[in-house]
Design a protein around this ligand. Sequence first.
Ligand code: C5P
Length: 288
Amino acid sequence: MMTKEITITASAKVNLFLHVTGKRADGYHLLDSLVAFADYGDLIKTEESDKISLDIIGEHAASLSGFPIEENLVWKAAIALQNYAAKPLGAKITLEKRLPVASGIGGGSADAAAVILALVKLWKLDISEHKLSVIALSLGSDVPVCLYGKPALMRGIGEEIIPISLDKPYIVIVNPNIPLATADIFRESDFKPLLRSDDNKEIRQFSSKNLTIENGYRNDLENTAIKQLPVIANIIASIKETKGCFLARMSGSGATCFGLYDDKVMAQKAAEELKNQYPQAWCINSVI
Ligand code: C5P
C-alpha cells in the first residue's frame, strides 16, 4: 500500500499596510493590516507514520539549525493538533524552508498554518473552524491569517480576519538576509495615535494602487526597523526606483521589503536589477 502523503505550500505573507491602532494591557499591539499571499513559499510535506517527526531541508534550513526542533512552530502546531485529537497520532513531517527566517513575511506562521491544514486531512480530524483558529492564534498572531490564506484585513492582534477583494499585482520581495526579532521591533516602536479615519470601517474592496502613503497607508513598524537595520531604507528606495513600481514598503516587522508592479516583465527585470544591487539579499518575483 502506498503511504498517504499531503504537501501544502506555506505561502509568504505580505503586509501591504500595517497600522498599529493601540496596545493591550498584556503588551500586545492592536493592528489594522491588509495581508496578501505570494505565489511562493515554504513546502510542508506530511506522511503517515506512527510518531511525529520533523526534518528541515532547503535553501534556508541552515538558519534554523541552532534551534531545538520542539521550538519550531511546525512542531508546536503538530503537538497542539495531536493534543486536540487526544490520540497518539503520528506523522513524518518535512519542512522545505524556501523563505528567509525572522523576516516579516510570516515564514514560521505560514508553516504552522500549512501543517495544521495538512494534518487535519492526514489524520481525518473532525474539527470546527473556530477551534482551528483558537489553536492557530495560540501559536502566533499571524497564524490565523495564514490559515485563511487569501487577501484579508487582520485586526485585533490577529484573531479578527475580514475577507476582502484585491487586484492581483506582480510583486518583488527583497530580504537583506539579516533576521529581525518581531518582539524587539514592537517594543522599541513609539506609536502615536495615527489611526486612519476609515480603519474601523468595513471596507471590503481594495485596489493595491490606492495603498499609497499619500492616502494614509503605511507600515508603522518601518521606522523602528530602519533604525535597527538602515539598509532597509536603501532597499525600499532602490525598489521604488525600478521601472514600473507603484508601491514600495516593508512587510511585517521587517526586514523584508516589497514592490508592486502591473507588469510581469517589469517585475522580473526589477528583481534581476535588485539581485545585482544587493548580492547578499534574497530576492524573488511572484504574484499576490
Ligand atoms: O505572535 P508572535 O509570536 O508573532 O509575536 C512575537 C512578539 O511580537 C510578541 O511576543 C509581542 O511581543 C510582539 N507582538 C505585539 N503585537 C502583535 C504581535 C506581536 O506586540 N500584534
